[in-house]
Design a binder for this molecule. Structure first.
Ligand SMILES: [Ca+2]
Ligand SMILES: [Ca+2]
Length: 638
């Protein structure tokens, strides 16, 4: 039913609570009651039994709210902030048909109406797919990847925000630009795109997307909601998945809620008076050397059953970096708002999962509720939490699937494998003992689902690998080699596959060459790539092809075969096959005798080289390896 039909029916109806049609005023008094925004702006039938609406406006101190659809019942209302907001809970009867509900607010200062379109759910086949170890994630910062629509580079509402010469300004990349380059991503061989947040941001320097001012809109620099829906649909046609970067912990400092919160405790604290997110504990509290700046966030107290509340409060309730308004996720109305917001993005787009920002900074009861609400509707959706910490005993604590000491199962599908990230960088860039890999991997038993861990060597928050101290072209290749052969679902950062350079934020977010009209270096095409770009691109593409063709490299069990100061040799074993990966970090050739007795390789007949330049020979119950300097090789076991 379209909107004009609804209005026509209303005019004919004698149903009480509605003003007569044809512009006739119910009384002479002018109403000052106004609705300026309805969140969520639309909903679905056959979706949730109830929806909580947050109306913004003026004089919304309702004495009555009623809607024109007989199966829609207003079960509760709550005016707030002097009538600037009104919460309305609508029970959606099971027999409700798709229609646009028109609801009427009666308040002391007059009346107003608002609409809520209620649509039928679209077919769910091929949507909300989640991830498995078959997948490879590619992280894109949309403003910095490709400019598919120069008309949105500087939206009218954001004058002065676009300048490619400034590293903290918007550069013009957008959703259309990503969609235009699916062929490149398919050729490379990744399966899943994680886009940094696409919601509307407020500041001229919010190109990264982490400063939300409207959780129900796409940022106009990136395109429209329709563009996002088109992107997801087109991705699914190409067998690509889309991950949404969700940030329930905070909004941007310019969100209208900051000056005018819907409830006094909508945030943890106020703009004037709040905690910051830094832990009050010194490094020495948990035995860390003093005077060193930690690379990671200090989450130890959050997983510590012996830590009293004050040691955790800043982390859970402080404003991130002292700046970003911290949502009071313990308030049931905030909890409901944020859950519905995530359900809305999933249902309206068909997205396949969420990358969850700043995961440990949000209370764990919230996560249990948020995940339960999602899974009721989308059982396959995968969520990946950001837990920026090198210690697996910390990162594993946040994964769901098990109740921890606090009695809470967070529900989180998996976490980014930060311990492997730190190890990859320490070993490859600083020549830390290669045995550190076996040391990280031995902790896999702490995770309910280690096969879903997301190993990576770069993201948008750390310096580019190619520019890091101690890096080289060869080391970059080894970083790809290890990330793509260890267990889990690898994540790659856009541009590393062509050796992009860049220091810390924002230099690590340079424009992908070729994404803008007039770029002289077009790295999206083989003809446009430099010799070096092509070399690393071919290397990564080949590794991804081998991973795609070998089930053992995707989901196989990992067995250590040898590990020491400079080498790590491991086996990936699936039902179908076995593959050996030999990594030598030394700057000279290495010969290694690997004992195979009591390993799944003891009955191996022969090894054939799939990738790299090492030589392997079976000699009795030993594997004799000869590995070139700084190399990674892969063998198929026959
Ligand atoms: Ca653009
Ligand atoms: Ca928080």
């Amino acid at each position: 039913m379209n909107r004009s039909v609804v209005f026509a029916l209303l005019c004919l109806s004698s149903w009480s609570g509605f003003a007569p049609c044809s512009g006739v005023q119910e009384n002479a008094r002018i109403s000052t009651v106004k609705v300026t925004k309805v969140e969520p702006p639309n909903w679905w039938v056959g979706f949730t039994p109830e929806v909580m609406l947050l109306l913004s406006g003026k004089d919304l101190e309702a004495t009555n709210v009623s809607c024109n659809l007989p199966t829609l019942r207003v079960s509760r209302t709550q005016a707030a902030a002097g009538g600037n907001y009104l919460f309305v809970w609508l029970k959606i009867g099971a027999d409700t048909r798709p229609a646009t509900a028109v609801c009427r607010i009666t308040a002391a200062k007059g009346t107003a109406s608002f609409e809520l379109p209620l649509a039928a759910r679209a077919p769910t086949l091929g949507k909300f797919q989640g991830l498995s170890s078959e997948d490879v994630i590619y992280l894109i910062m949309p403003d910095r990847f490709a400019n598919g629509d120069p008309t949105n580079d500087e939206p009218a509402e954001a004058p002065g925000s676009h300048d490619r010469a400034k590293p903290r300004a918007y550069h013009g990349g957008d959703l259309r630009g990503i969609q235009n380059h699916f062929a490149y991503l398919k050729e490379l061989g990744v399966t899943t795109l994680w886009l940094t947040p696409v919601v509307k941001n407020g500041a001229a320097q919010d190109y990264h997307g982490y400063g939300a001012v409207d959780l129900y809109a796409v940022d106009p620099h990136l395109g429209s909601l329709k563009d996002y829906q088109d992107l997801v649909a087109a991705a699914h046609k190409e067998k690509l998945k889309i991950f949404f970067d969700v940030v329930p912990n905070h909004v941007g400092p310019l969100h209208p809620w900051v000056a005018n919160p819907p409830l006094p405790d909508w945030f943890h604290g106020t703009k004037q008076r709040h905690l910051d997110s830094f832990s009050p504990l010194k490094g020495a509290f948990y035995g860390k050397p003093g005077g060193q700046e930690a690379m990671n966030d200090p989450f130890e107290s959050l997983i510590d059953p012996h830590a009293p509340e004050w040691m955790k409060q800043n982390l859970a309730e402080g404003w991130f970096f002292g700046i970003l308004p911290d949502m009071n996720t313990e308030n049931p109305l905030v909890e409901e708002y944020l859950l519905q917001n995530s359900l809305w993005w999933a249902e309206i787009s068909g997205l396949d999962g969420y990358r969850v920002d700043t995961f440990p900074y949000v209370g764990r009861k919230f996560w249990a509720h948020w995940h339960a609400g999602q899974r009721r509707i989308y059982p396959n959706l995968t969520t990946i939490g950001e837990v920026f910490h090198p210690d697996p005993s910390v990162t594993s604590f946040f994964e769901g699937g098990v109740r921890r000491y606090d009695g809470i199962d967070s529900g989180l599908s998996t976490v980014f494998d930060f311990p492997t990230f730190f190890t990859l960088r320490d070993v490859l860039l600083h020549n830390a003992p290669v045995g550190r890999f076996a040391d990280v991997l031995r902790h896999d038993a702490l995770y309910p689902r280690p096969e879903l861990l997301v190993p990576f060597f770069a993201n948008h928050d750390v310096p580019r690998f190619a520019s890091a101290e101690g890096s080289s072209f060869g080391k970059l290749k080894l970083a790809f080699g290890l990330t793509l052969t260890l267990r889990g679902i690898p994540e790659l950062y856009y541009g590393d596959e062509i050796g992009m350079l860049g220091g810390g934020d924002p230099d690590n977010r340079r424009d992908f060459p070729g994404g803008w009209i007039g770029d002289t270096n077009d790295a999206f095409t083989e003809a446009g790539r430099t010799r070096e770009q092509q070399e690393i691109f071919s290397y990564v593409k080949e590794l991804l092809r081998i991973r795609r063709e070998h089930a053992s490299l995707r989901g196989g069990q990992l067995w250590h075969l040898a590990s020491d100061e400079t080498a790590y040799v491991f086996l990936r074993e699936s039902e179908e096959e076995r593959v050996v990966v030999a990594f030598n970090n030394a700057d000279k050739n290495r010969a290694l005798q690997v004992p195979l007795k009591a390993t799944p390789l003891q009955s191996a007949a022969a090894l054939s080289l799939l990738f790299g330049g090492a030589k392997a020979e079976l000699a009795g119950s030993e594997l004799h390896l000869s590995m070139p300097a700084q190399s990674l090789s892969i063998f198929l076991v026959n």
